[in-house]
Write a protein of this length. Structure first.
Length: 301
């Protein structure tokens, strides 16, 4: 199996357990579209594994189609290893850094493993239940449901689902890269809004950055501080293995919520996510390469 990201690698590895061997190639700390020079090298590092992989799994968004899948296809063709057939998620816009998104992703991954290895269906279903239990354990506790929602935040648009839809933060404004909606929400535009409407931002506690998009929000934090608002710039992540101790999707969920948990935020510390144990290598081969926002499976011919 060849996968595009650690987002796919983690549930495949966990649910597959001792029946699946999983690796990933792409750097989980870097935005996928910035890896055009990295991915070919990382493919070479895993070339023997990719050559013998049984299934290929990838995201199928525009990033994958431009920066990942062609490199895999060229590698296979150039080395006469055969061709691949990419199988995509039903919803290519699926998110995964919320409990509900992670659960949906996990169910789909389990379906792929069962389709590839139906003799071990019961095993995969049991592992899926265990993984879902870990996701549920990382969700908001009853105490966190009382303390986290309602805090004011300026949020990078790629983290809006997690910050607002899941954590219940009060969205004061979004910001985004230049290419999003014609530049209507660039940090510069939001800085101007802060200066023109300071009352709107007076209770902002967090400026939430998206790790894989680079640093966009420093100017927002400085503008708020200049207006007497002691907001804290924090950085959510989307990918397992992007930070020490953030090794799984449940860890991603746990880490992000820790950054906006008031008691921890007051001391400047985020919750320390517990690392999950890696399953044993086994029968199916899985590799990971980086992509965008949906998953794929492939069988080599």
């Amino acid at each position: 199996m060849v996968s595009t990201t650690t987002v796919l690698w983690d549930p495949i590895q966990y649910i597959g357990g001792e029946k699946v061997e999983a690796v990933y190639i792409a750097d989980p700390t870097i935005c996928p579209h910035m890896q055009a020079d990295i991915i070919p090298n990382r493919i070479q590092l895993q070339k023997e594994f990719i050559r013998d992989a049984d299934l290929f799994v990838a995201h199928n968004g525009s990033v994958d189609q431009s920066y990942v899948m062609p490199y895999v296809a060229d590698f296979m063709t150039a080395n006469d290893y055969g061709t691949v057939e990419w199988v995509t998620l039903e919803n290519p816009s699926m998110i995964w850094n919320t409990p509900s998104g992670a659960r949906n992703l996990s169910h789909e991954v389990a379906g792929w493993l069962i389709a590839a290895d139906p003799a071990n269906r019961t095993y995969y279903e049991a592992r899926l239940d265990d993984y879902l239990a870990e996701i549920d354990a990382a969700d908001l506790s009853s105490e966190e449901q009382e303390t986290i929602p309602g805090q004011d935040a300026v949020v990078m648009v790629w983290q809006e689902d997690a910050a607002v839809g899941w954590l219940g933060l009060n969205l004061v404004s979004i910001y985004a890269p230049e290419f999003y909606q014609g530049g209507k929400f660039t940090p510069r535009v939001v800085v101007d809004d802060i200066r023109n409407h300071p009352e709107k931002y007076r209770n902002v506690k967090y400026v939430i950055e998206n790790m894989q998009s680079g640093e966009l929000a420093k100017g927002l934090e400085e503008a708020l501080h200049d207006n007497g608002v002691p907001a804290e710039r924090i950085i959510f992540t989307n990918f397992p293995k992007s930070l020490p101790g953030v090794d799984s999707l449940p860890d991603v969920i746990r880490y992000n919520k820790g950054l906006v948990t008031p008691v921890q935020a007051a001391s400047g510390e985020a919750a320390a996510p517990a690392a999950t144990a890696a399953p044993l290598p086994g029968i199916l081969a899985v590799a990971a390469i980086l992509g965008g926002s949906s998953l794929l499976l492939t069988r080599r011919r």
